[in-house]
Design a protein around this ligand. Sequence first.
Ligand code: LMR
Length: 328
Amino acid sequence: FTTAVAAATLSLGATGAFASCEDGEIVVKFAHVVNATGHPKGVAADTLAGRVNDEMNGTMCMEVFPNSTLYDDDQVLEAMLQGDVQLAAPSLSKFETFTKVFRIFDLPFMFKNVDAVDAFQTSETGQAMKDSMQRRGLQGLQFWHNGMKQFSANVPLVSPADAQGLKFRVQPSDVLVAQMEALGASPQPMAFSEVYGALQTGVVDGQENTWSNIWGQKFFEVQDGTTETNHGIIDYLVVASVDWLDSLDPAVRDQFLTILEEVTVAGNAAVGDLDAQARQSILDAGGVIRELSDEERQAWVDVMKPVWEQFEGDVGADNIAAAQEINA
Ligand code: LMR
């Protein structure tokens, strides 16, 4: 039985941080959708598992399933509520069916860089957001960063008019749907694991993502180029079920949460380097990156920023003002 389970686990693609769990250990399955190496989330997940398996050996055992090998992001939260997976870190765009508070992070041009996102999240308002889904059975534990989003397409994108009429894959977020509609483009919500194929076959013309995702999934291979718009962010919430956290012995929970916090601090400090490396790797592999002049970028701001008004009621004018103050 043990061998069969181990074989099944391995064939699902659990990464190097996979430790064969011993009888009596609390098994923590961490499912995510990105590549394990060179990616802020993949690296942080493996670092977390490495530390848990080392420092909590005999008590807790973590297995990481990258690349959507266990669940897509649209399934993982339900699976968590069923107790089939204990940890995940979906992007903040993927909690729509649980809470609307994270919509502020999807609004285009809301945060000027990852430091501004960090400052907002560490504020009292940001920290309170981690508790916004408790009634739905989910507890946010830590915010993990990735980076700024860029647009890519199968035609050159320089002016916002270039996006008109194109089909863009978006994450399942009403804000992102509205953002694409503001561009006159057609938004197509789709799982991350399906994006490469959809771009390759022309099911969609373009997408928006961070350098590490564009590099990690090789989107640049099947696009004309990527335009450095820095128009939004992808950031994650490490999340667990309230029931699972409650089931842990307090000392065990504390040790686990302390390790998670330390891994978060180190991982978030490293995202700038990983972002730059991914961008450079795309160039080295022959991918095209288009930079915009200030004027050209302003044209994208002018077309997309009015989307804020549609969501002001959901995210709160005071929160928008707080985010803008941090940007200043
Ligand atoms: C996406 O679906 O594009 C991203 O949320 C994937 C990820 O986890 O970075």
